[in-house]
Design a protein around this ligand. Structure first.
Ligand code: Q46
Ligand code: ZN
Ligand code: ZN
Length: 320
């Protein structure tokens, strides 16, 4: 079959859009789609300072490439954040890959090495605290993302969550009937004073499969292997797989869910908009101490939020 827009051979079929496209037109299709998402939800404006979290996986590397490309259309500053979790060869290769690709794009990068900040890697912390690595990792990454965006005075933190991820989270929260949790799953989450940074998801309307094809066509360097702690049997991953199967049978059902969700957003209860400030580090918390300060106190006998913020500040100074 031919490409819909030219005489070249069609290389991708997009069932939900009933389109067959050649490589060049598919690349253009994705770039336009992401730019449209950014404009539709007002995710980035000229003059913004965007911090993009890049693990080295295909979603975040694709996001980085697209955000770098879109700077030709919207004029904003772009900074890269990579967290070196210290998970053996996996972390080493991810870090090297992100560093060299960022350099190739000529962008500034902030690398936070967990071993340097806390003296331990994710695996060591999980062992010491006898907790699953992913739950520790989630708390630490969330904190470091937010703290870095705050210290950098970034307009927003961009993450590589794609359409399949969002649909998965919506269903997961729906099963738990956590309706305020669903409300938070928007492409844009506001900042709150100087304790919560705004977050944006430019790949909100892009299927994971589209990202995979785009990365392949663009020959983007990304980590093929997953983190050794990744488990396909978690609820998130099982749900995501099921959503993909449903999408195959009913093309467009996932993007339909997302569009209707955004249309109906006011029908979901809003979470409370005030946050407490952590007594130790001054960032958002649900109680006296934030989860990062609690976790590091358990680990080291001393809550590390404040010191971590100071360390991030010093790295940012070195950038300038
Ligand atoms: S990096 Fe961290 Fe993931 Fe590895 S330890 Fe688990 S949460 S699987 S996105
Ligand atoms: Zn074409
Ligand atoms: Zn804290």
């Amino acid at each position: 079959m031919k490409c819909k827009y030219c005489s070249r051979r069609g290389e991708v079929t997009i069932p939900y859009a009933r389109l067959t496209l050649c490589k060049e037109h598919f690349i253009e299709f994705i770039q336009r789609k992401v730019l449209r998402t950014i404009k539709r939800y007002n995710l980035i404006k000229p003059g913004d300072k965007i911090l993009v979290a890049v693990s080295g996986g295909k979603d975040s590397i694709t996001l980085l490439q697209l955000l770098s490309e879109i700077r030709k259309t919207i004029n904003y500053d772009l900074y890269v954040l990579h967290i070196d979790l210290g998970i053996g060869e996996y972390s080493k290769s991810s870090r090297t890959l992100v560093e060299s690709y960022t350099k190739q794009l000529g962008l500034p990068i902030i690398i936070l090495e967990l071993k340097k900040i806390l003296g331990y890697t994710i695996s060591e912390i999980a062992k010491k605290l006898k907790r699953p690595p992913c739950s520790i990792c989630g708390i630490i990454k969330r904190y470091l993302f937010n703290a870095t965006a705050i210290e950098l005075k970034a307009t927003a933190l961009a993450t590589g969550h794609n359409l399949d991820d969002i649909a998965t989270f919506i269903l997961k929260e729906f099963f738990a009937q956590n309706l305020t949790g669903i409300w938070k799953l928007q492409p844009y989450n506001e900042s709150y004073k100087d304790i919560v940074a705004a977050r944006i998801k430019p790949l909100y309307e892009t299927y994971e499969e589209e990202i995979r094809k785009y990365a392949e066509f663009m020959k983007l360097p990304y980590m093929q292997e997953k983190c050794p702690y990744y488990k396909p049997t978690t609820l998130d991953n099982v749900l995501k797989q099921k959503i993909k199967e449903v999408e195959e049978g009913f093309p467009g059902i996932t993007i339909g869910l997302i569009r209707r969700f955004i249309k109906n957003i006011d029908k979901y209860p809003r979470p409370k908009t005030s946050f407490l400030k952590c007594r130790i580090c001054g960032l958002a918390s649900s109680g006296e101490k934030c989860s990062y300060c609690k976790l590091t106190e358990k680990l080291l006998g001393e809550p590390m939020g404040y010191k971590t913020r100071e360390y991030i500040k010093s790295l940012i100074k070195e950038l300038k």
